[in-house]
Ligand binder design. Structure first.
Ligand code: 5AD
Ligand code: SF4
Length: 452
């Protein structure tokens, strides 16, 4: 195994990227060598996403490209990892002859053994889901990324069963990783110079171990390194812990940014989606958040054209967005997924052109709101964590505010990893432009903030 070269390509959510870092670690332990291009590899892994049909289509197309590569390179192994594994293992291996190996999200420890099976000329499959696996003892190896911000997975799976969502089927039951192992990983990242970490889970406010709930975890995590900023994704509106809001409001290194998926602004749609909150409860939560955390920025997820959605129900989503005025939104048109409750129970009856039109309306309005909100930032100051050169120019740096807004400013003598006080002078709907004022730190910059 040891001299083999491997390449991992990752699709989907941040959780999947975090998983690829686990796989990376497992393969490096086997003595395998990472390479940057698929063409150079002996083993290609594709870490897949099933959340919407277009995510799967992308993977299928990529697998076809790998098949051509296989024709020119006899001993090339192709493995499918992640969320698509279970659902399509038979199709992948038997009908299409595209891949040699299929590994579900809970079976990555088995990869070395599965690779041996492939070497013996057999197909290798492990798509078993687990009730315990959190990979707590495996330290992810981060080869991509900017060396400044990282993800840590704190739990796996989801028990919520939203009717549109395939995740409970692809990733299994909810389970939380022990707090100690999370805190240890944070310490290690801090020592390596990382300055910002996002704690990840499909449903972070359900984090629960013998000794901690999610608020305890955030409290402990924020004490590891006061100069390390923390974010988390994603919480559920149905049971967001109120004490966490006060903690965020008082702890300078807990970012004033919350991603809180609404999905729809209409009660009937929310009920069909099996989202156990009403529009009013959602709005009350937003109010509470804004009261507890001054300067809070908010983002959300919206699904447009869910089963049975009427024009009025769509209008309610538009008005919710109007009312909340999110700083950022991830907006999707509904994509029916096999096995979900919606697939079994409801008809995917909003015509494609109507879905598209509604989504365009939602995105259009959100872009306007975003630009309006960004305009309000002009003249303000933010503490920006420099992540690296901007896309456009080596002479500029880009980085995020505490509120998760991307800022571009002239490099001068500042470096990646610096906290820089920046004054905003211009914006687009996606980016703020600013002038760097001085180098600072979390403690220095927020020294007037109350420490709880
Ligand atoms: N169709 C469209 N969007 C979906 N999402 C989840 N399932 C679907 C689906 N079947 C969206 C939700 C979720 C985000 C991660 O993806 O908005 O919050
Ligand atoms: Fe895609 Fe969901 Fe799997 Fe993430 S958990 S890769 S979003 S299907």
């Amino acid at each position: 195994m040891s001299n083999k070269r491997f390449y991992i390509e990752t699709y989907g959510c941040q959780m999947n990227f975090a998983d690829s870092e686990i796989v990376n670690s497992i393969l490096l332990d086997e003595g395998m060598q990472p390479v940057e291009e698929a063409e150079e590899a002996d083993v290609i892994f594709i870490n897949t996403c099933s959340i919407r049909e277009n995510a799967e289509t992308k993977v299928w197309n990529r697998l076809k490209e790998f098949r051509s590569l296989k024709k020119t390179k006899n001993d090339l192994t192709v493995g499918v990892l992640g969320c698509m594994a279970e659902r399509i293992r038979d199709k992948i291996i038997e009908q299409e002859q595209l891949v040699d190996m299929v590994v579900g999200p809970d079976a990555y420890r088995d990869i070395p053994q599965l690779l041996t099976r492939v070497d013996d000329g057999r197909k290798a499959v492990n798509v078993l889901l687990s009730l315990e696996e959190t990979y707590a003892d495996i330290t992810p190896v981060r080869t991509s990324g900017n060396g400044v911000s990282a993800f840590i997975s704190i739990m796996r799976g989801c028990d919520n069963m939203c009717s549109f969502c395939v995740v409970p089927f692809t990733r299994g039951r909810e389970r939380s990783r022990p707090m100690d192992s999370i805190l240890n990983e944070l310490r290690q990242l801090s020592e390596e110079g990382y300055r910002e970490v996002t704690l990840l889970g499909q449903n972070v406010n359900s984090y629960k171990t013998d000794d901690a709930d999610f608020t305890t975890l955030m409290d402990q995590a924020s004490r590891v390194d006061p100069e390390m900023r923390l974010r988390f994704s994603s919480p559920h509106p149905k049971d967001f812990p109120e004490d966490l809001l006060y903690l965020i409001g008082n702890r300078p290194n807990l970012c004033n940014y919350i991603h809180i998926p609404a999905q729809s602004g209409n009660d009937n749609v929310l009920e069909r989606m099996r989202r156990p909150y009403t529009r009013e409860q959602y709005l009350e939560l937003i109010d509470k958040m804004r009261r507890a955390i001054p300067g809070l920025s908010l983002s959300t997820d919206i699904i447009s054209g869910f089963c049975g959605e009427t024009e009025q129900e769509h209008a309610d989503t538009m008005s919710l967005m109007e009312q909340v005025r999110f700083d950022l939104a991830y907006m999707f048109s509904y994509s029916e997924r096999e096995r979900t409750l919606a697939h079994r129970k409801f008809e995917d009856d909003v015509p494609e052109d109507v879905k598209k039109r509604r989504l365009t309306e939602i995105i259009g309005r959100q872009m306007e709101i975003q630009e309006e909100r960004n305009r309000m930032e002009i003249g303000r100051q933010h503490l920006v964590l420099a992540e690296g050169p901007s896309k456009r120019s080596e002479h500029q740096l880009c980085g995020r505010t505490d509120t998760n807004k991307m800022v571009v400013f002239d490099r001068e003598n500042y470096q990646k990893g610096d906290y820089v006080a920046v004054q905003i002078h211009d914006c687009t709907s996606a980016t703020l432009m600013g002038n760097a004022l001085y180098k600072s730190s979390v403690r220095e910059y927020y020294s007037d903030t109350v420490q709880a």
